[in-house]
Design a protein around this ligand. Structure first.
Ligand code: NAD
Ligand code: DAU
Length: 362
């Protein structure tokens, strides 16, 4: 995996919430914090696990259902350092046992793809709502610290020309079964904080890119298409804007919140990189040696959000977080190189993914 541009800036081991005191034979020693990471075999969760093992003094349990989106080989580098549990957050008994043993829970597990949610919302309701309910009830029962991973999509979308960006005060206005079930899970976390004093924080991040990203998603779908000699597919007008952040930067922010975030607070995570989809595709084409216009416009996604934009000033001012991937082209070039060098990771997923898109007509 490519090294981050400035690895010295990764949060380091701290004695705050990242370790717990334990008394053995009268001597005070530090025991590593035990982290439960749900969805740790997914794109962002697996990056978090690798980063947490480097940056924190911790022991990691991963709970993952290994849906089509999960891949245990994404954790191969750290397999010997984690306890992997194959199970679902919808299984209250497994969740409760793992939460009981943990100090802190970082909840990434979700059905995460908008296109799938408009074909069949049912797994989104199960995992995103019922799964989060199970996590909340267990952290409440056992009084454990929770960080809940959410998305900027819960705020709906923005006009292309408006100055407003999403902030912690923005109202929820979700557009899809994916974003509405994420919004529902966030509202439950807020309710459990207020009514039961659950020790939780919430973060809403913008669009991530980087290695180990499932090839159903925009950037890796187009990179792997170009590798295969297939023209990229751009939905609708191609004017839709996403605010891109490297997955490494998302997780340094999550670590900052775990270490220094205020309980009960919400933090928005973004790296000020708004680009429309045509610009992104043309950047991929240039980096991969194809002409700028070598892509197809295809039908639009139902309910397609127009623009997302994050104001992360609270996170930066309060917790001193800063993104390290400041140049999108460099991060994208590293990502392209990763897909070129790791075909064995994505190739088995390609045919089924494209078959799904053919059925959607996109
Ligand atoms: P992903 O689809 O790559 O990974 C999801 C992981 O969750 C997979 O490993 C899958 O097997 C697992 N999972 C699914 N259902 C489960 C269940 N019932 N029980 C246990 N595990 C289950 O998703 P991702 O892109 O890594 O997103 C992770 C989290 O970050 C999600 O909560 C998502 O809403 C949020 N998020 C994603 C982005 C982004 O750009 N990808 C941006 C902001 C927030
Ligand atoms: O904003 C955060 C969200 O970003 C996360 O909560 C979601 O989990 C994550 O999937 C992502 O959602 P998007 O719907 O924005 O990402 P996706 O990669 O599916 O699409 C990005 C943009 O590209 C969007 O405008 C749709 C468009 N698109 C997508 C695909 C797959 C295309 O034009 N062509 C494509 O083939």
């Amino acid at each position: 995996m490519p090294a981050p541009p400035d690895s010295a800036a990764i949060p380091t081991r701290s004695t705050g919430d990242s370790a717990r005191l334990c008394v053995i034979l009268g001597a005070v020693t530090m025991a590593p914090m035990r982290l439960l990471v749900t969805g740790g075999a997914g794109f962002i969760g697996s990056n978090f696990v690798r980063q947490a093992l480097d940056a924190l003094d911790c022991q990691v349990d991963v709970l993952d259902a290994l849906t089509y989106a999960g891949d245990r080989s994404s954790l191969a580098e750290v397999e010997h350092r984690i306890n992997f549990v194959h199970g679902s957050v919808t299984d209250a008994a497994i969740v409760d046992e793992l939460v009981r043993q943990a100090d802190t829970v970082v909840h990434f597990a979700a059905e995460s793809h908008n296109d799938n949610s408009v074909v069949d919302p049912s797994p989104f309701v199960q995992t995103n709502l019922i799964g989060t309910f199970n996590i909340l009830e267990s952290v409440r029962r056992h009084d454990k610290r929770l960080h809940h991973i959410s998305t900027d999509e819960v705020f709906g979308d923005l006009e292309l020309d408006e100055e407003r960006r999403f902030t912690e005060e923005s109202a929820f206005d979700p557009s899809s079964p994916y974003s509405s079930t994420k919004a529902g899970s966030d509202l439950m976390v807020r309710g459990w904080i207020r009514s039961f004093g659950v020790r939780a924080t919430i973060s809403h991040c913008s669009n991530n890119y980087g290695p180990f990203h499932h090839i159903e998603k925009f950037i890796p779908r187009q990179i792997t298409n170009v590798i295969d000699g297939v023209r990229p597919k751009v939905y609708g007008s191609g004017q839709n804007v996403r605010d891109w952040i490297h997955v490494h930067d998302h997780n340094t922010a999550v670590n900052a919140i775990l270490e220094r975030g205020r309980i009960g607070q919400t933090y928005l995570i973004g790296a000020e990189c708004e680009l429309n989809n045509i610009v992104v595709v043309q950047e991929i084409l240039r980096l991969m040696g194809r002409p700028d216009d070598w892509f197809d416009m295809v039908g639009d996604r139902p309910g397609h959000d127009l623009r997302y934009a994050i104001d992360s000033s609270k996170l930066q001012a309060e917790l001193g977080w800063k993104p390290q991937y400041l140049n999108f082209r460099d991060g994208l070039a590293q990502t392209i190189e990763w897909y070129q060098q790791n075909e064995s990771w994505w190739r088995p997923k390609k045919e089924a993914t494209e078959a799904k898109y053919r059925e959607m007509g996109r």
